[in-house]
Structures are given as structure tokens and as C-alpha cells.
Write a protein that binds this ligand. Sequence first.
Ligand SMILES: *[C@@H]1O[C@H](CO)[C@@H](O)[C@H](O)[C@H]1NC(C)=O
Ligand SMILES: *[C@@H]1O[C@H](CO)[C@@H](O)[C@H](O)[C@H]1NC(C)=O
Ligand SMILES: *[C@@H]1O[C@H](CO)[C@@H](O)[C@H](O)[C@H]1NC(C)=O
Ligand SMILES: *[C@@H]1O[C@H](CO)[C@@H](O)[C@H](O)[C@H]1NC(C)=O
Length: 370
Amino acid sequence: MGHWTLLPGCVSATLLLALAALPAALAANSSGRWWGIVNVASSTNLLTDSKSLQLVLEPSLQLLSRKQRRLIRQNPGILHSVSGGLQSAVRECKWQFRNRRWNCPTAPGPHLFGKIVNRGCRETAFIFAITSAGVTHSVARSCSEGSIESCTCDYRRRGPGGPDWHWGGCSDNIDFGRVFGREFVDSGEKGRDLRFLMNLHNNEAGRTTVFSEMRQECKCHGMSGSCTVRTCWMRLPTLRAVGDVLRDRFDGASRVLYGNRGSNRASRAELLRLEPEDPAHKPPSPHDLVYFEKSPNFCTYSGRLGTAGTAGRACNSSSPALDGCELLCCGRGHRTRTQRVTERCNCTFHWCCHVSCRNCTHTRVLHECL
Ligand SMILES: *[C@@H]1O[C@H](CO)[C@@H](O)[C@H](O)[C@H]1NC(C)=O
Ligand SMILES: *[C@@H]1O[C@H](CO)[C@@H](O)[C@H](O)[C@H]1NC(C)=O
Ligand SMILES: *[C@@H]1O[C@H](CO)[C@@H](O)[C@H](O)[C@H]1NC(C)=O
Ligand SMILES: *[C@@H]1O[C@H](CO)[C@@H](O)[C@H](O)[C@H]1NC(C)=O
């Protein structure tokens, strides 16, 4: 595409160009294409003019659907929030799975999470849930921070809340975050099949988790901190708290079948029709992650499955858990090597103002899967 030069006079023309061109060949496997905008938040191609109109010269925006790009245009400031929320979700995914065979690998380019997103296994479920949660979380917070033009703090909670407290202050706008997430994130999914229902269910599970982890925060008023009256508002959880809950849901995910066996057409309403594969199990609740396919074992490289395998991964030789060499290396064994590391140590603070440290060198033992 070459280098863009932006002249003040051709601002709107450039905007149209940037937002209008959508490659036609997006048919199958368009799941999660919007993840391609992950780096927009840190991109320098994003300019904002005096009317807070976002001028986007970012090629990855062409990965968005027509509807998604309309939503971005209608909510100035939101693109940055969506992209930032996605970045946080990716970091959270990697952190939650850092000790497992599948450690949430990502690749630059349009296929952020690789081939796993076109499958229907637990890992797929987690990716959809955490990225959906990340967007809802980030947008709800951006509203209350005033960085999106079309939303504000949630001021609908008004008046007395209890005998000694009342609603006030600025609540994070979770309703806006959820509604926007349903419109933006879910509209990236196409189809009528089980995979489609699974992805939408897990997207919603992510948003529901953000919502249900919200907490009330209060501030005291009254004579010298006596706290006779409190003002309270609703605060988002940290994304770590959301990630912790979703990781537990990953471990307890429900394997489902298409409940609507009589018909091959499904609608949004029929999301409820996902049935547990084992009839003795309860139907999945809106909080549960669902999947329909067994996970690959992630032990070895497979180009077909898009798995890197665990060779070369660091493992813990004394852990019996998933991060232990036995399980992480899939029984192939591990090699041990020592590494000399130099760290700053014995730091002392000198008034005023610098810190001096000594260099300490020690050896560290590393175990790596064969
Ligand atoms: C779409 O996904 C399916 C299932 O993973 C895969 O077999 C197929 O090759 C993919 N098609 C394209 C065009 O990527
Ligand atoms: C390795 O595992 C053991 C036992 O679970 C644990 O106590 C130790 O902290 C782990 N070491 C590292 C480097 O994580
Ligand atoms: C640095 O730490 C070591 C061990 O922790 C101690 O023996 C030594 O005295 C410390 N050196 C200084 C300069 O504080
Ligand atoms: C510690 O190491 C750094 C970088 O290797 C060096 O610049 C510094 O002078 C060292 N400090 C001491 C106290 O040896």
C-alpha cells in the first residue's frame, strides 16, 4: 500500500477509503477476524482530529465487517478501547495458561490465535470468552473515564440504596459494555452450526462473568470519617479476576451437542438449545464455557492442527502438576542446563535521590522439554 500522506484537505476522503474497502473474500472461517486489530491501540497510524473523528489508516481495520466498522464510526474513541481490551485479554490468556501444554500462543498478522479458533475445543472456548470479556471490560471502563464520546458513567443507579448509604458517584458502564460487545464481537460470527452457537455462547459467558464479578465500592461521609452516610457505585473487577473465573470454567467446561436436532436452522433464541452431551449433566448455564470437540494433546508439532508442541518449553522438575516436566513434556523427558544470571542486588537508597546496587551472579538450573 506504500506510505500514506495525510493532507488536511483530504481528510474525509482518506477516512472513507480507509473504512470502505472490504475485501470480498472473507467467506468461511471468518471467526474472530476482528482480533486482527489487536495492535491498533499501540499503532501510530491512528490519528484523531479536532472533532475527535478517528482517522484510521490502519490496514488491519479491513478485517472488520461492515457492521463492526459502522459501530467504530458511531462511537468515537471506542476503537482504541476495543483494541486495548483485546491486548489485555491476550496477556491474561497467556498468564492463565503459562504452565500448561497449550499456553495461548499468538502470532502476528490476521490469525492471532492460529488454527485453534476454527475448532470447537475448550481452548477455543476460552479464547472467545476472554476476548469478549476483555472488550466489554475495557469499553465499560472507558465510558466511565470519559474516553468514548457516546457513553458516560452509568448514572442510572440513583437515590437511596439502603438505610445508611445511597447511590452516587461514577459506576463503570457495564450495560454499555455488554450491549456494545454483543453488537460488535458477536457480529463477527457467521453461520448456523454448532460452532457458531458455541462461539456465541462463550462470548456471552465472557461478558456475563465481567458483569457478575462487579463489586460495590463506597466512600464514607459524615463527621470526621464517622461513616454515617456512604455513597456507593459499581466497580468493574480486574481482568485478572475475570481470567481466574474463566480459567475455572475452562476446567469445568461442558461438552455440548446441538439440541435442536429436528431442524437445521438455529437462531439467537436457540442458543439455549445447546444440550449437554451426557444427559446426566445439567444443561450449560450462561456462565459456563461450552465445547463440542476433544482437545488435541498439544504435545507435538502439527502443521495441520497448528500446534507448536512442548519441545523446548521450560518445566518444573519437582512439580507433580501440569507444569511439571513429566506432564508438560508428555513423557519425552527433559534436559537440564545451568545458566549464569547477573542481577542487581543489595540495593541501597542514598539520600537524595539515587539507588546503588551491587551485581550478584548466581547459577540457575533450567529444565527444558525434549
Ligand atoms: C476452515 O476451518 C476448517 C476447520 O478447521 C479447515 O478444515 C479449513 O481448511 C478452513 N478453511 C480455510 C479457508 O481456512
Ligand atoms: C516447582 O514446583 C514446586 C512444587 O510444586 C514448587 O514448590 C516450586 O516453587 C516450583 N518452582 C518454580 C520455579 O516454579
Ligand atoms: C549483600 O548481601 C549479602 C547476602 O545477602 C551480605 O552478606 C552482604 O553483606 C551484603 N553486602 C552489602 C554491601 O550490603
Ligand atoms: C553492574 O553491571 C552493570 C552492567 O553490566 C555495570 O554497568 C555496573 O557498573 C556494575 N555495577 C557494579 C557495582 O559492579
